[in-house]
Write a protein that binds this ligand. Structure first.
Ligand code: SAH
Length: 362
């Protein structure tokens, strides 16, 4: 990607193959690209002048032609439970949020894939923003660079969940390119099994994902066992319904001993009855599935309530009695509004589409 104002190439937007091509185009050897890649991702260096194993002359010419764009930390909030929410500013002044969740048991970064989101799920705050724009591959991988650096975790194993702002399969190419960058052996060398992509189930993209060489674990935001219920919560269900999503999940290749996670936000009186649990168990029969119950994180403007712990437990028991593996997601970082569905960035300039959307919500 070239900056039209300065004509500089942003190295953070290139996967290693592209970086090698960029080096070759300048008459440099390919191993220079591997060196650059290791500096950027392994050591977190964004200033070419600090790359001391490159000849001085090369450093000078590279810093003239190349930039390495990095999201800037605007603020950092720490929850009582150790969760940290980062507000990051992108090159165009837009803001996104990324969340660090310690000891789950691994260290986990929850990363955004879009500014806002077009899916408009009825219980999600990010959905209220509408879609402002897609993130680039460099901005998606850049969140990992920034968090790993700020938390001093660059050399430690960590997991990534694509569960921040945005619908990852609605920004498919950039997400897959970010996967290539993050999993590259000369960079973070992240194993794909350490990445989980969470989606509402955009079917064509889901089918495509199943054929990717670098395939992350899958989490499907199901939330209800029938089309009537799900359609009222997840608008895109009218296009890609429950039966089609389940059929696609049965076809997707799943690693040995691994399962597809089905996320289920629990809303009091809406989808939390024993009958709902029985229907869900029936629906998932024959799928390599585990269910993750997420009791709603309530917020102003979200017209639902969180069920009691007793209701959640009963729902979980009904599932496990029917041999469905089930866990209840512990909400992390609710005191700093970093929990699921609570990521929203205020004070952004709004697009005409967003202004219309906000009128519709009144
Ligand atoms: N767009 C993707 C990625 C977001 S992941 C997806 O929908 O899967 C965030 C998870 O948190 C999703 O399962 C989402 O449905 C859930 N979520 C959204 N709002 C929530 C809320 N208020 N309380 C609990 N979970 C919520």
């Amino acid at each position: 990607m070239r900056d039209t104002a300065t004509d500089q190439v942003d190295l953070a937007e290139l996967d290693r193959v592209e970086l090698e091509a960029a080096c070759a185009a300048r008459g440099e050897q390919r191993f220079r690209a591997r060196q650059l890649f290791a500096w950027i991702y392994r050591r977190g260096i964004t200033d070419v002048d600090a790359m001391t194993d490159l000849p001085l002359e090369l450093r000078t010419s590279l810093s003239r032609d190349f930039v390495i764009r990095t999201p800037q930390i605007v603020s950092r909030e720490r929850s009582a439970d150790g969760t940290e929410k980062f507000l990051l500013r992108l090159a165009d002044g837009r803001n996104i949020e990324s969340v660090f969740i310690p000891d789950t048991p691994a260290m986990t970064f929850c990363i955004s894939t879009q500014v806002g989101c077009a899916m408009a799920c009825a219980f999600c705050l990010t959905g209220k923003m509408g879609l402002v724009r897609n993130l680039t591959a460099g901005e998606i991988a850049g969140q990992v660079r920034v968090l790993a650096g700020a938390l001093d975790l660059r050399d430690k194993p960590f997991n990534i969940v694509l569960m921040g702002m945005g619908e990852p399969l609605h920004n498919y190419e950039a997400v897959m390119k970010a996967m290539r960058i993050l999993c590259d052996e000369h960079g973070f060398a992240l194993p794909p099994r350490r990445v989980t992509l969470s989606t509402v189930g955009l079917l064509p993209a889901l089918e495509k994902l199943g054929r990717e060489a670098l395939m992350p674990n899958l989490a499907i935001s199901l939330h209800a066992p029938t089309d009537a219920q799900r359609g009222a919560l997840v608008p895109i269900n009218k296009k890609y319904g429950v039966a089609d999503i389940i059929a696609a999940c049965k076809r997707v290749p799943v690693r040995k001993r691994s399962r597809i996670t089905f996320e289920y936000v629990m809303l009091a009186g809406v989808n939390d009855s024993p009958d709902d649990a029985r229907r869900l168990a029936k629906l998932l029969a024959g799928v390599k599935a585990k269910v993750n119950l997420i009791p709603l994180n309530p917020a102003a403007g979200i017209p639902f309530e969180r069920p009691s712990d007793a209701v959640v437990d009963a729902f979980a028991r009904t599932l496990s009695e029917r041999d469905v593996t089930v866990s209840v997601r512990k909400s992390r970082g609710r005191d700093i509004r970093a929990a699921c569905g609570q990521l929203i960035v205020e004070g952004q300039q709004r697009s005409p589409g967003q202004r219309l959307a906000s009128l519709a919500f009144r």
